[in-house]
Write a protein that binds this ligand. Structure first.
Ligand code: C2E
Ligand code: CA
Ligand code: CA
Ligand code: CA
Length: 277
């Protein structure tokens, strides 16, 4: 019995050690991921719930590691934040997205793209100027680039985040609260920040069609957000039933696998052409 327990303990430690090794390797290799062209951006459509019209895309980062293969962004973004690499990744991401918006415009498609910012980015006082310079470089109006900031990033240091967000808002950028409902903030707290949109986290949307509690939460969130003048996006829309419920609840914008998975940049124009038929 003692031996058995010992073995189990060893296995547990081995598992933890592998995790630790992986994290160390990933954190180290993040340093060269940009220059070695291992990162790409994919683009997921968002549609207006009422008309079905495409309202824009969300840009999501992908990392193909030479040894580990595809690494999910939930894993490597956190590592990038801890190791101080996030500023470099975000700068690469912003430039890649701005260039892509410009490339699509040259092909006759005027689209707006939302990007995800980490907590670290939002509190970086150089962020508004860096965004301003990129928009200038690619001759893009501020309505072409939208920002998504997680609820938890916003409440980490609201005063610091607020100064940046006010500057970005003044410059004409549209700001959304991401992962809403997971961060224990109140809408009255968020309302003091210059945000225009609330993105309800997919954990409330995925089971909407068979979970009555989720329906109550989502319905009242939409009502409250609307009464505060915020528009509402639902992410994680996977079924027709969820789409119909969200439409009936007055949700403004829908995003999810039902509409489309995130797409490589070279499939976006084809997707739009097909979708409009
Ligand atoms: P997020 O911003 O909440 O993005 C939504 C996530 O849900 C994405 O996962 C997306 O692919 C996934 N998703 C979209 N529709 C559906 C659906 O219908 N069902 C399900 N089950 N999932 C759906 P992804 O791409 O793995 O990204 C995970 C998170 O990583 C993002 O969550 C975001 O917080 C972060 N992230 C991704 N790209 C970036 C980036 O460029 N910068 C930063 N700072 N964070 C990023
Ligand atoms: Ca997002
Ligand atoms: Ca989310
Ligand atoms: Ca998230």
């Amino acid at each position: 019995r003692a031996r058995h327990g010992h073995t189990r303990h060893m296995r547990y430690e081995t598992g933890q050690d592998e995790q630790h090794q992986r994290r160390l390797a990933l954190a180290r290799d993040l340093g060269t991921a940009v220059e070695q062209d291992q990162l790409t951006m994919v683009y997921q459509p968002k549609i207006l719930a009422a008309s079905g019209e495409v309202m824009g895309f969300e840009a999501l980062m992908r990392w193909r590691h030479p040894g580990f293969g595809f690494v999910p962004p939930d894993e490597f973004i956190a590592l990038a934040e801890q190791s101080g690499r996030i500023t470099q990744l975000t700068q690469w991401m912003l430039r890649t997205v701005c260039r892509q918006i410009d490339l699509w415009a040259q092909q006759g498609e005027v689209v707006s793209v939302a990007v995800n910012l980490s907590a670290h980015d939002v509190m970086d006082i150089t962020l508004p100027e860096r965004i301003h310079l990129l928009l200038q470089d690619y001759q893009l109006g501020p309505e072409r680039l939208r920002l998504e900031v997680t609820e938890s990033a916003l409440i980490q240091d609201p005063a610091l985040a607020q100064a940046n967000l006010i500057a970005l808002r003044k410059a004409g950028l549209h700001i959304a609260v991401d992962d809403y409902g997971t961060g224990y903030s109140s809408l009255s707290q968020l309302k003091r920040l210059p945000v225009q949109e609330l993105k309800i986290d997919k954990s409330f949307i995925l089971k909407l069609d068979h979970d009555s509690e989720d329906r109550i939460i989502v319905r009242s969130t939409i009502e409250l957000a609307h009464s505060l003048g915020l528009s509402v996006v639902a992410e994680g829309v996977e079924t027709d039933a969820s789409q119909a419920l969200l439409l009936a609840m007055g949700c403004d914008v829908l995003q999810g696998y039902l509409i489309s998975r995130p797409l490589p940049s070279d499939q976006v124009i084809d997707w739009m052409t097909q979708y409009r038929k």
